[in-house]
Design a binder for this molecule. Structure first.
Ligand code: ZN
Length: 159
């Protein structure tokens, strides 16, 4: 294993151990949405809740179980998107998906910087069966944002 691979391994283990955003709590924000996602091939699960303040993803909280890759990936994405706009989170998601489809290679452009700790999952791209593990949290995030947006619109209409 190269020193770079070891460093990546360490980043993933750190996120799997101290999970950013772990623990579902009530979010006191104008628009809140939740999503439950399951990766049946590996047995990974997550319930993720987002709170939006306008176009900003103000808060991400989640509860999950499963393999280290799935749980660490949710932790890394929480760190990346919290406090950023929905549009930015969508850009990071697109970059991460591109990384997963890149067969274990860096993207080789400024998207690598955008990915921060999520870039450590580059090696997962070599194992198609594990890509679903790494993407689980992102599926939950995007679904939860969509629910939050719908809830926000409804709140405006009726409230
Ligand atoms: Zn998994």
């Amino acid at each position: 294993m190269s020193s770079l691979e070891q460093m990546y391994q360490q980043v993933i283990m750190d996120h799997a151990k101290s999970r950013h955003g772990a623990g579902l709590v009530q979010l006191d924000l104008p628009a809140v949405g939740e999503s439950h996602q399951v990766n049946t091939t590996c047995g990974d699960e997550v319930t993720l809740r987002v709170g939006l303040d306008g176009d900003t993803v103000s808060s991400v909280r989640w509860e999950g179980q499963g393999c280290s890759i799935s749980q660490a990936s949710i932790s890394a994405l929480t760190e990346l998107v919290e406090g950023h706009s929905i549009e930015e989170s969508e850009e990071v998601y697109e970059a991460f998906r591109a990384l997963m489809g890149n067969r274990g290679e860096d993207l080789g452009d400024d998207r690598d910087d955008m990915l921060g700790d999520a870039g450590a999952f580059v090696g997962v791209g070599k194992y198609p069966a594990r890509i679903k593990c790494a993407l689980l949290g992102w599926m939950a995030l995007r679904d939860a944002i969509a629910h939050a947006q719908a809830a926000g619109v409804e709140g405006e209409t009726h409230g």
